[in-house]
Design a protein around this ligand. Structure first.
Ligand code: MN
Ligand code: MN
Length: 364
């Protein structure tokens, strides 16, 4: 290269700069870094988003990375899309009410999940000495965090006389109401959890909106482990299925694909290389670091290698009620050997015939 270049960017994308000889043809862009997005800075915290506007191929899911300072409130709101979340650090107080008048108040911490179905009103608040940071995932790539239905925005755009009638008082009693939306604001720390759990006459929601992902043991295989969570264990999460994948140094998430829908990824720690096979002789390789979003269009084959010295951790997310994957290796070990031999030759077929026939989501 003789012309201008950005060496810092080049170093993060070695497989775009010097592609493997097996890469071929045009693939859509399958990577976007949260660190390339605009941060919406507020007094009580911040947010930034990767949606179809940043990563056009990602039509199924959109995501927001949000920080709430201690006491910081993401205000009472609702939206068209369902919201799935993973707590990155700290503790979060969540509240919600469903259409049956049943309420929900809980507190979650690092590694925990929540899910609010579409249209259900909810709030989030950072608690403890550090507040919290988390990843929000919405079941539509067109979602924007700046287009949700906010309590204060509605109040600011409703005549005072109407609001006064609604709460059976006079307009002069409502002079403290905000004149514009708050979105994220600094709030006082919430009261003790048990004191704030005061169910109304209809009681609490039948299925909790929160879930402790790490309460269940992971699926273990050589080179790593996978926690799968979908509507089977987390019944309210009917539109988002997930897997948290850990791959040890030198290991890989094996060659596989998903038979139902696209895969949306979020890299939590470490670094990775993903190879994607797109049919028609097309293949591409992409590199990821912590904080990046990756994507695999339905139903392209792919693998993910740990390219760093530490454990690679990332989330695989699907707009689906059920997690499902197909392993290339298991497929071939369960296919008659002569048929495999006719495709791949005698030595590969003999090797495959000796491998365990169980699915291995990761390999050492
Ligand atoms: Mn929300
Ligand atoms: Mn996958």
């Amino acid at each position: 290269m003789l012309g201008p270049r950005n060496e810092a960017v080049q170093r993060q994308h070695p497989d775009l700069l010097a592609p493997a000889p097996t890469d071929h043809g045009t693939l859509p862009n399958l990577k976007f870094a949260f660190d390339q997005t605009h941060t919406r800075l507020e007094v009580g915290g911040w947010s930034r988003e990767v949606t179809v506007r940043e990563l056009p191929v990602a039509t199924t899911l959109a995501a927001v990375n949000m920080r709430l300072n201690p006491g910081g409130v993401r205000e009472l709101h609702w939206h068209k899309q369902a919201e799935w979340a993973y707590v990155l650090e700290g503790r979060v107080r969540v509240t919600a009410v469903d259409a049956g008048g049943r309420d929900f108040v809980d507190e979650v911490e690092r590694g925990d999940l929540w899910y609010f179905p579409a249209g259900i009103p909810h709030s989030l608040q950072g608690v403890g000495p550090d507040g919290a940071e988390f990843l929000l995932v919405f079941d539509d790539g067109e979602f924007s965090e700046n287009s949700t239905f906010l309590l204060t925005d509605w109040v600011a755009h409703t005549p005072r006389a109407v609001l006064a009638r609604h709460v059976e008082t006079g307009e002069e009693q409502l002079r403290d109401l905000p004149g514009r939306e708050k979105y994220i604001f600094a709030g006082p720390p919430p009261g003790p959890l048990e004191a704030e759990r005061m169910p109304g006459p209809a009681g609490t929601v039948p299925h909790p909106f929160t879930h402790r992902l790490h309460d269940e043991p992971p699926l273990k295989s050589p080179g790593g482990r996978v926690w799968v969570v979908d509507a089977t264990d987390f019944p309210v999460s009917t539109t988002v299925a997930a897997a948290l994948v850990e791959v040890e140094p030198g290991g890989m998430r094996e060659l596989h694909w998903h038979p139902t829908t696209d895969e949306w990824q979020y890299y939590l720690s470490g670094s990775a290389r993903m190879g994607v096979f797109a049919a028609e002789g097309k293949a591409g390789t992409f590199d990821y670091q912590a904080g990046d979003v990756g994507y695999v269009p339905f139903p392209m084959g792919h693998y993910v290698e740990n390219t760093g010295d530490g454990t690679l951790r990332y989330l695989e997310l699907f707009r689906s009620s059920k997690f499902a994957d197909l392993s290339l290796r298991q497929w071939l070990t369960l296919t008659p050997e002569p048929l495999v031999r006719a495709h791949l030759g005698a030595s590969a077929a003999a090797l495959l015939a000796r491998l365990p026939r169980e699915k291995r989501q990761t390999l050492a």
